[in-house]
Write a protein that binds this ligand. Structure first.
Ligand SMILES: [Zn+2]
Length: 77
């Protein structure tokens, strides 16, 4: 039962390519089969919050990396 549900969830994330008709993931911007341009159906403005959170995490990681380099320059030699 669980297996069937997860499969359905996967199928929900696929859309037929408008150019070649093959199933492609809905977040893709280019068809992997025919290289045709795709409209990413998975994109919604509501994802802005999630995207912002990811960007904050990326900034923290970037800051930590920069701090590590600075500390290495000061104390590492
Ligand atoms: Zn295609």
């Amino acid at each position: 039962m669980e297996r069937k549900r997860s499969r359905t969830a996967f199928e929900k994330h696929t859309v037929p390519c408008p150019h070649c008709g093959k199933a492609v993931l809905d977040h893709m911007t280019q068809c992997p089969f025919c290289s045709g341009k795709l409209e990413p159906a998975g994109y919604r403005p509501m994802d802005e919050k999630k995207r912002r959170r990811i960007q904050i995490i990326a900034n923290v990681i970037g800051f930590a990396a920069a701090a590590a380099v600075i500390l290495w320059l000061i104390f590492g030699r």
